[in-house]
Design a protein. Structure first.
Length: 253
């Protein structure tokens, strides 16, 4: 082999090694803490981000109120992802970087019953009557549950259904509560009901009684890798992520 060729090959290998070393040197571990509302699309998108960026993402899931309380109480993550109301409150508290705030996805409230059970009429009156007839009802402590509780109060049936409401369990999706037979009807964000087996997902609440929740994310002011955190948020909100988000029953932010 000619000397010039050997030198050229060695030069190329050196450049490739430098690029690989540089990528490894800049790879970061991004800690995310979030509520499960965006878990389905997020879980599908993150592996592509890791592959494209070289970063590793470590995610902690907890209920909306718990995440808010943990971060407000001083827990630090590179990225925090919860509904808009909680993100904005944490920004007001000085915990998150205001200009990093993005809306990742939006979702309405879905309705589920145990597989094979009689299906209620999907109208406001039909849902009201289903609650009155049901022996057990489940909804979360998050935005979807708050909305259902408000509807129950608005319809004037709180006293009639109070004893039927199954207390939510931390970490257990409402769909699983229904699938296990612990509740006859359940309500949660659409994306959290769709993957659950053993239920019949009936669809979102009728438009006149539904509520759309926006799920946002922001970089923590004490983030150890803020640039990598911003890169993750940019990836999750890029146009290329829209199809994956819609596939899980949500809409892009």
């Amino acid at each position: 082999m000619r000397v010039q060729s050997v030198i050229a090959i060695l030069a190329k290998l050196a450049v490739a090694g430098t690029v690989m070393f540089g990528a490894a040197a800049h790879a970061a571990e991004i800690k995310v803490i979030g509520s499960p509302g965006t878990k389905e699309p997020y879980t599908l998108l993150v592996p592509d981000f890791e592959k494209a960026s070289g970063h590793k993402v470590v995610t902690i899931w907890d209920g909306v109120n718990n995440v808010h309380k943990r971060v407000a109480g001083g827990e630090v993550a590179d990225v925090v992802m919860v509904p808009v109301a909680q993100i904005d409150d944490l920004i007001r508290q000085g915990k998150l970087v205001p200009d990093s705030r993005v809306v990742v996805a939006t979702s309405g409230v879905g309705v589920a019953i145990r597989a094979g059970a009689p299906k209620p009429e999907m109208t406001a009156e039909g849902i009201k009557q289903a609650l009155l007839k049901a022996k057990s009802i489940a909804y979360s402590q998050g935005p979807s549950g708050v909305h259902i509780a408000r509807l129950i109060e608005k319809w004037g049936i709180a006293d009639a259904v109070r004893a039927k409401i199954v207390p939510p369990r931390s970490g257990m999706p409402i769909g699983e509560v229904v699938a296990r037979g612990e509740a006859e009807i359940g309500f949660q964000q659409v994306s959290e009901l769709l993957p659950v087996k053993g239920i019949d997902y009936l669809g979102p609440l009728p438009p006149d009684i539904n509520e759309i929740t926006a799920f946002a994310a922001a970089v923590h002011k004490a983030a150890s890798v803020p640039d990598a955190g911003r890169a993750l948020l940019k990836f999750l909100t890029a146009p290329s992520a829209a199809a994956t988000i819609r596939k899980t029953g949500m809409e892009p932010g």
